[in-house]
Design a binder for this molecule. Sequence first.
Ligand code: AMP
Length: 423
Amino acid sequence: MNFLVIGSGGREHALCWAIAASPLCDALYCAPGNAGIAREAECLPDLGAEDLDGILAFARDNAIDLVVVGPEAPLCAGLVDRLETVGIRAFGPSAAAARIEGSKGFMKDLCAKYGVQTAAYARFTDPEAAKAHVRAQPGRVVVKADGLASGKGVLIPETLDEAVAAIDMAMVEGVFGTAGAEIVVEEFMEGEEASFFALVDGRTAVPFGTARDHKRAGDGDTGPNTGGMGAYSPAPMVDEAMGERIMREIIDPVVQGLAAEGAPYKGVLYAGLMLTAAGPKVIEFNCRLGDPEAQVLLPRLQSDLIPAMFAARDGVLDQFDLRWYDDAAVCVVMASMGYPGSYAKGTEIKGLDSLSGLLDVITFHAGTSGEDGRILATGGRVLGITGIGDTIAEAATRAYEAVDRIDWPEGFCRRDIAARELG
Ligand code: AMP
């Protein structure tokens, strides 16, 4: 069978890595891909992830059996709908279902309607009304752009003055562009954060692993928010009982709710959760695998990913069984110095060859290009080095040993990924 993966980041490299490993895969393409993905797939550098017409034409002309969409933007723009309408099978939610990520207001209303616990909230299109609301709140608030903002549309003010300034930033200064024209103001929740993933076929959901990510750029969770500087899986605080509770109280009602709303969800549903004293509560939903969570989840998946994706797409997950390795995985992201601010492009990364002999280490590329046999950094987040081990500690040690072999003076990484689990 022939596959086309959409996207160019570490998540898409992990998807290509898993698909290429399957005996069911004959041909694998990635649009647009990157220098690391080129080892697993034929990259299509001129076909952008948001070029819906181009993707449709390529899939038709190359007899693609399944298009696997990595990022949220093409999902929210309706890529899966467009493909399925012309008879091309695709893995991922429809635009209507992807609104669970594309509109925070939609997500919050859905949770309220179907009894799913999430932070108390209010939606605003008028900054003055939003400010009056925060002044009336007894505790801290969080200010979120309604629309897609590359995972960065969340402001966490510490004081009332900062909260008012945050509303101005989003709605008046427009720092999130049109995504911030509407905002959600919600209650600040205390607790441990965890990410919970489910594979969903429209009606049935099966657990697809747990993870924790590290969003801030600096060690000790300091510095600006990023797309994610590392992750590990499993998330130890989500034990079996908590996993069952999350399925029962959060995933299943949301999946049934979306079906009842006429927007059945298919694909990977990613719940960002706060484990509060009053139980698990939703921080956000994403309509796809996370990045870098995919780089720790997929190496732990023992089952072939391809039949799992088809079962989700075909609506037969109720007859499906997924197997996982017991091992832990830790991914350390290496980024260009300066990220998430401005950074130099085109710096050379050396030493990657020395990683190929390491057992239990996988090198995922996020923002690289190849030139005359050299690997150049072209993005903010550039590499994701995943270590596998019996324990999180062993996996982290392996990941950092590999990181230390990489010769890239213009890059940096956090030195404390998964450290909180190491005592
Ligand atoms: P999001 O993009 O919605 O996941 O938010 C980014 C980060 O902001 C989360 O990972 C949390 O650390 C934090 N956050 C978001 N909403 C809340 C909330 N209501 N209470 C506390 N922290 C939050």
